[in-house]
Design a protein around this ligand. Structure first.
Ligand code: FES
Length: 132
């Protein structure tokens, strides 16, 4: 199996970056994919920039690599730009993925985007409270 994965992907199966819950997140999402695996993402945002992102997964090794890369790509980017991180961006950054596991990158990008949308929704509620 290992020969089908890039060195970058294999390294992240074994040592995923940002694999933990953030203690004071600004946004959070949990999605169960069609494969039955669940990913969770947490984000912190400072002045419109993703300052930290983390994730966990109940899924396969490839989902650890994809979640890791999604957080790595998101950190340091403006929220609007981080929301555009796609399945393909994650696959490209990992040096590809066998067909059977390409959907793991989709679950990662969808869950990251949902966490950022959760941040935006709660930020606008805070704004409304401030204005009231
Ligand atoms: Fe479900 Fe990879 S098989 S996330």
């Amino acid at each position: 199996m290992e020969e089908n994965y890039s060195a970058k992907a294999l390294e992240r199966f074994r040592n995923p970056r940002n694999y933990d819950e953030l203690q004071e997140p600004d946004g959070y999402a949990r999605i169960t994919g069609p494969c039955g695996d669940t990913m969770e993402f947490w984000v912190q945002v400072d002045e419109g920039i993703v300052s930290a992102a983390s994730f966990t997964t109940t899924g396969c090794g490839p989902s650890r690599a994809c979640g890791s890369m999604a957080t790595e790509l998101a950190e340091g980017r403006p929220v609007a730009e981080a929301k555009e991180i796609s399945q393909q961006d994650i696959l490209n950054a990992l040096g590809g993925m066998p067909e059977a596991h390409r959907h793991c990158a989709l679950l990662a990008s969808n869950t990251l985007r949902a966490a950022l949308e959760n941040y935006q929704a709660s930020a606008s509620v805070k704004q409304m409270k401030t204005e009231a």
